[in-house]
Design a protein around this ligand. Structure first.
Ligand code: GCU
Length: 677
């Protein structure tokens, strides 16, 4: 039952005797050179791994001398002979990057930093988990993005906004005095994939977290995370100066307000000396912000940035801003508001942009701000929790979706100006680089609810470290470390993971449909949702189905959101005859009987895709059923029962959407599409 809890750090016993002996050669003599708290957690992790890999052997002493068949030490303490043999490769180490190299039969793990050594240690343990021979290991791996971060949407009462894996793991009530083992295991898991920052509170923020009672608790978490190289950020409610500071205003240009933020920052740093900074949602969905005072997003962000600057803190200012009165296509508003402010932000501000211009749909085109803000560091916000993607019970490997965005070409500086190059700073020379994922972690015993959703946490970390990493390799690594190296399991299951996103898009929102989920909780189909408080929270606003056709016209003839992209991108998408069918109804309004490149009419294509999605979900389930006996029964059974739900819900999506849209299409279902139940 513990297997789910252990995530990808199972350290399963090495069954093969020859292999075991080969690894023991190395593991019986380990040196960790250095005495920081991080060195201590490295030793701890090695001992834990040892007892997992070699359950029948006594854990040996881990020395700190310059001997050892595994030798772990920073590059500045490397013995001269080793330094010489590694030569120029050492000079390629950057940031918390690390290298693993074999020298005279010893594995050398080195880095410029202590945390880099921890990352290198995890790389070694990963190699063993994958049963790779150590004698030929050669790795030099530097992070491409500096701040790799989780965003927890956790409230102080321990509910989690859009969380589907139980309650918040932060037990505020027991903090600061009790540091739960789960916090340590959280830090281990994050460090093992290079995550080095975490924002622990909801973006829909409660200003109370900025008061001493909570700062003391947050500081206890920061202390626990520090040896693992993880820094804490907090969400700052924009009107905190009023709510907890007793001021009359939160106007960012008011000197008293600025002074309040400065004092607040000083106070926070007295609790948490390496505090990362603030994550801010302002002027969005009821959150207060600079608009309340007629100020710009830059005015707002800079007031907070100024307060953090003396301490080296950052402001992550979200671009998820849209107006209460729906003046225009919601997908255009962030760009309209932020683009003119390029270059107006203080240089410790990063603007945090969701992957797409709407809101974490199963598929969105990349956000047009990427590539459009050369003078302002932009960071990515992905959602790891599956708000709009079936929530806890659907298995969909998000890495495929993220890869699509990361590889998208903005053409900001000609061909090859991918989103990943915006994020890693190479395209515009950003001073700060960062990426965030909205966590899918909760108190469920397996952390993420769906056992397979652990892969999304894992993949996020891997892509944050290297946004161009191969997602198939990531999935394979994760499966091997989490379940088994048995290829008869890994091969078919990787295949399921890689195809799962396309399958889900087919049964939920094919052809560029978006935001047709049920109202407010966003679970299950709701293409009929209309009316209510605001238009741009309804399905009918987005799909606009009528007897004439369906889709949101974002060309010149419509909202012209297309105009926010580079000309080359516009050219790809402006023509309904040549645009990828994946984005067709995102950008175009199309008649039901329009013939598509596939040879089907729009209506036929839609129906066939919904059907294909259902068949895909069934195939996932069948493939999984064939895995019985290859892994532990608990997790096998858990995934099996969730897949049964997923298949049911895929059928539900298909039937609901096709019955609803058929009223407008007024045509029969094409052959091959099952009659709705
Ligand atoms: C979505 C989500 C909200 C969340 C918001 C945000 O709209 O439904 O719960 O607060 O995104 O990212 O701020």
């Amino acid at each position: 039952a513990d297997k789910g809890y252990k995530l990808w750090l199972q350290y399963a016993p090495i069954a093969d005797a020859v292999q075991r002996e080969a690894y023991l050669e190395f593991f019986n003599q380990i040196s960790v050179v250095g005495n920081s708290a991080t060195h201590e957690v490295i030793r701890k992790e090695l001992r834990l791994a040892f007892s997992g890999f070699f359950p029948n052997n006594a854990v040996p002493e881990i020395g700190d001398l310059e001997s050892g068949n595994i030798w772990i030490g920073r590059s500045d303490v490397l013995p001269a002979s080793v330094k010489e043999s590694l030569g120029s490769r050492l000079s390629h180490l950057a940031g918390d990057g690390y290298m693993l190299s074999v020298y005279e039969g010893r594995v050398i793990i080195s880095s410029k930093t202590d945390v880099g050594l921890l990352y290198g240690t995890f790389a070694l343990l990963k190699a063993v988990q994958k049963r790779e021979p150590l004698a030929t290991l050669e790795i030099l791996d530097n992070p491409r993005i500096a701040t790799r971060m989780l965003n927890h949407w956790d409230n102080l009462n321990r509910t989690v906004e859009r969380g589907y894996a139980g309650f918040s793991i932060w037990n505020w009530h027991r903090l600061p005095k009790h540091i739960d083992q789960q916090y340590i295991d959280y830090a281990r898991a994050n460090a093992s994939i290079g995550i080095n920052a975490t924002s622990i509170t909801n973006v829909n923020a409660n200003a109370l977290v900025l008061t001493p009672v909570y700062l003391e608790k947050a500081a206890a978490l920061a202390d626990a995370f520090r040896p693992y190289g993880i820094r804490i950020f907090l969400t700052a409610r924009f009107n905190a100066p009023m709510q907890v500071g007793g001021l009359e205003t939160a106007d960012p240009l008011d000197p008293a307000v600025r002074e309040w933020w400065k004092e607040k920052a000083n106070e926070i740093y007295s609790f948490i000396p390496d505090f990362g900074g603030f994550l801010v949602k302002a002027d969005s969905e009821g959150q207060p912000g600079p608009h309340n005072y007629g100020r710009t997003q830059a005015d707002g962000a800079n007031a907070l940035a100024e307060a953090l600057a003396p301490h080296g803190g950052l402001v992550m200012w979200r671009a998820f801003v849209y107006s209460e009165d729906t003046p225009t296509d919601r997908t255009k508003q962030a760009f309209d508001e932020f683009k003119p402010l390029d270059g107006k932000f203080n240089d410790n501000v990063i603007v945090q942009v969701k992957n797409g211009p709407l809101d974490f749909q199963p598929r969105e085109p990349f956000h047009p701000l990427f590539g459009a803000m050369p003078e302002t560091p932009l960071m990515m916000e992905f959602q790891i929790t599956k708000e709009y993607l079936g929530q806890d019970t659907h298995w969909v490997n998000l890495a495929s979706m993220w890869e699509e965005t990361l590889q998208a070409d903005t053409f900001a500086k000609g061909k090859g100006s991918t989103v990943s190059r915006v994020l890693d700073g190479t395209l515009h020379g950003y001073k700060h680089t960062a990426i965030a994922g909205v966590a899918n972690i909760g108190t469920d015993r397996n952390w993420t609810g769906h056992p397979m959703a652990q892969a999304d946490w894992y993949s996020f970390g891997r892509l944050a470290w290297n946004p161009e990493a191969d997602i198939r390799e990531i999935a394979e690594d994760w499966l091997k470390m989490t379940f088994t190296n048995d290829p008869s399991f890994v091969d078919p299951v990787v295949d399921v993971m890689i195809k799962s996103h396309a399958i889900l898009v087919d049964y939920m929102t094919p052809l560029g449909l978006h935001h047709i989920m049920a109202r407010s909780h966003h679970w299950g189909p709701g293409p009929w949702v209309t009316g209510g408080r605001r238009d741009d929270w309804t399905a009918t606003y987005y799909h606009r189905a009528s007897e004439d056709g369906i889709g949101f016209d974002r060309t010149e003839a419509g909202s012209n959101a297309l105009e926010q992209y580079a000309p080359e991108v516009r050219d790809q998408w402006r023509n309904p005859d040549t645009i990828s069918l994946d984005y067709l109804l995102w950008f175009h309004r199309v008649a039901w009987d329009k013939p598509l490149a596939t040879g089907n009419t729009l209506w036929e294509e839609m129906a066939l895709r919904y059907q294909r999605g259902v068949e895909g979900a069934r195939w996932m389930k069948q493939t999984w059923l064939a895995q019985e006996g290859r892994i532990d029964e608990d997790r096998f059974e858990h995934v099996r029962s969730f897949l049964a739900i997923q298949v049911d819900e895929a059928e539900w999506w298909r039937d609901a959407c096709l019955l609803y849209f058929q009223q407008f299409a007024q045509q029969p279902l094409p052959s091959g599409v099952e009659a709705p139940k």
